[in-house]
Design a protein around this ligand. Sequence first.
Ligand SMILES: [Zn+2]
Length: 174
Amino acid sequence: MFCSKCGVQNAEDSNYCRSCGANLAPLGATGHNIVRGIKPDKYAGFWVRVISFGIDCFVLFVLSVISGISIIIFFDNSPESTEKIYSIVYVFLCIFYEIWMTVRFGQTIGKVIVGIRVVTTHNEFVSYKLSVLRFLGKLINCLTLGIGFIMLFFSPHKRGLHDLIGNTKVVYTK
Ligand SMILES: [Zn+2]
């Protein structure tokens, strides 16, 4: 198929134009682009999502070490203020990583590696609004001793509380 913006030819099932990055997928039921290249009825369960989460924790750990070293190099502060800056940067890093990557790619690095992806219940790309709601849902899950995550075991389509709040599901990409 040809990109309507720049005219470059792309593979039929591409989500994005390989030249200009425009979204090539048709619009779905709620007006957002449909995600292609997924198995819409093959739902990701609890354990594969735990593995994905573990990989993401490792990625965030590496990123936090890099940002920590950068803070020490670029800001000549006392150890106390360096620690404060580091804590703030780390929290923002975690929030940005989860929310932005879910919107932009539908996947964090952990999800890419295990081959799963977040889409809306209409198989569309997740908007910022839904991604933020989903993130807040995860915070609620943590504050309620993980009950929202345990829901993955018995809810239809393996959706946790955060998926219900964000109107999302997690499916396999292959
Ligand atoms: Zn293009």
